[in-house]
Design a protein around this ligand. Structure first.
Ligand code: GCO
Ligand code: MG
Length: 412
């Protein structure tokens, strides 16, 4: 058996997704997610123009070798575009291998280490009251862990904040779709770190007081703080027992986390923008983090993410895989199968996709009593309705740009 055909599908059911569809000479099809938010077409071209033609006729069961061939063979290593492209092929080959074996993928990865995956939802509100209402909705829906993001007095629209009616899940979508005829530019948001640092401990205090000690409370700093600001925040929220503080500082400076660690015992999570095990070298060996935030989609697929988790496991560091709506249902399924099969699973982010997305990508994963499970369908357990997908054409969409009050561009 060999790889016979590779199609790269770009579709936009509510938001953009890039999917590699790999078909073998026996007619088995595997799917891989290659969605890179705001830069989708560059990965599609990387796959179509530079990867797919080199793989036709190769043994589809040589998954590790294909990964190394694409990684080492390109000479130019790492980077989000390359690693998302490798991820898509890798996931598709794992999907094929598990379909051939007739088992859900987690069984090929070593089998289930647990009955389900503890998951966290995104609760947010422009005010503390609306945030509390959103948290309540998730708790009533069975979540034991909730990420909290709140509006900051004096600032307008900021990352991750939106009011929802109680019980309603919010399909968080920071990438703004550009309307025809309008200039092809990202939206702009404003930021003030001092105001945020003053406000957040109050937000944590309110949620902890309202929901008691059992609820796991998470927060995403979204790369906005300097190391000393992050240390100050990590220390100021410590009394409220946070489950984690995510992306406190921009991810590319691994040594920044040393400073946060010197001042606080708040658990730290980082890595959604990383794409290889090398990005974690200092963080893992110096025990500067507690959770790995990568997803299979952006970190070289199941093979790449498994490398990271094996390395992290040596240091007792656990997973907290990235699961926003810009990781497609295929990428989400890959995260779930790996999460079920590794010993050092921690928690899984869960932002449900919209109904229109789920009409195009039919999933078999399920959520019950706060736990996600990848399901028992062979392979990844996701089907792509290619006809339905073709009806949703790509729409340019970009993540916002952040500015300080004086116009300086700040990390978003
Ligand atoms: C998260 C992330 C996302 C990112 C998005 C960018 O923790 O889920 O920060 O919300 O902003 O994935 O594409
Ligand atoms: Mg994040």
């Amino acid at each position: 058996m060999a790889i016979d055909r590779i199609d790269i599908d770009v579709t936009s059911p509510g938001r953009n997704f890039v999917t590699a569809v790999v078909t073998t000479s026996e007619g088995i099809t595997g799917l891989g997610d290659a969605t890179l938010n705001g830069r989708e077409l560059s990965v599609a071209s990387y796959l179509r123009d530079h990867v797919a033609p080199t793989l036709i006729g190769r043994d589809e069961s040589a998954i590790e070798q294909t990964w190394q061939y694409l990684y080492r063979g390109a000479y130019w290593r790492r980077g989000p575009v390359t690693m998302s492209a490798i991820a898509a092929i890798d996931m598709a080959l794992w999907d094929i291998a598990a379909k051939k074996a007739g088992v859900p993928l987690y069984k090929l990865l070593g089998g289930a280490c647990r009955t389900g995956l503890l998951s966290y939802a995104h609760a947010s509100g422009t005010t503390i009251d609306s945030l509390l209402a959103a948290v309540r909705g998730y708790v009533e829906n069975g979540f034991h862990a909730v990420r909290i993001q709140a509006g900051v007095p004096g600032l307008g629209q900021i990352y991750g904040v939106h009011d929802t009616a109680p019980g309603e899940t919010y399909e968080y979508e920071p990438a703004g779709r550009l309307t025809e005829g309008a200039p092809l530019r990202p939206a702009e948001e404003s930021w003030d770190t001092a105001a945020y640092l003053r406000h957040l401990p109050e937000v944590f205090a309110a949620v902890r007081e309202e929901f008691g000690g059992d609820l796991r409370i998470l927060h995403d700093g979204h790369h906005r703080m300097s190391p000393i600001e992050a240390a100050k925040l990590a220390r100021s929220i410590e009394p409220y027992d946070p489950f984690w503080l995510e992306d406190a500082t921009p991810g590319e400076d691994q040594t920044a986390l040393r400073l946060i660690r010197q001042h606080s015992v708040t658990p730290l999570a980082i890595g959604e923008v990383f794409n290889s095990v090398h990005d974690y070298q200092v963080l893992i060996t110096e025990r500067l983090i507690d959770y790995v935030r990568s997803s299979a989609t952006h970190a070289g697929g199941i093979t790449g993410l498994r490398q990271i988790m094996t390395f992290a496991g040596v240091y007792g560091i656990r997973s907290g895989f990235h699961g926003p709506t810009d990781v497609s249902p295929v990428g989400m399924a890959a995260n779930l199968h790996l999460g079920l099969a590794i010993h050092n699973f921690g928690i899984q982010e869960y932002m449900p996709h919209s109904d229109v997305t789920l009409e195009v990508f039919r999933t078999s994963y399920r959520f019950e009593d706060g736990l996600l499970h990848p399901g028992e369908a062979p392979g990844l357990g996701v089907e792509l309705d290619r006809e339905a997908a073709a009806a949703h054409e790509y729409v340019p969409a970009y993540l916002p740009v952040n500015r300080l009050a004086d116009g300086t561009v700040h990390d978003w």
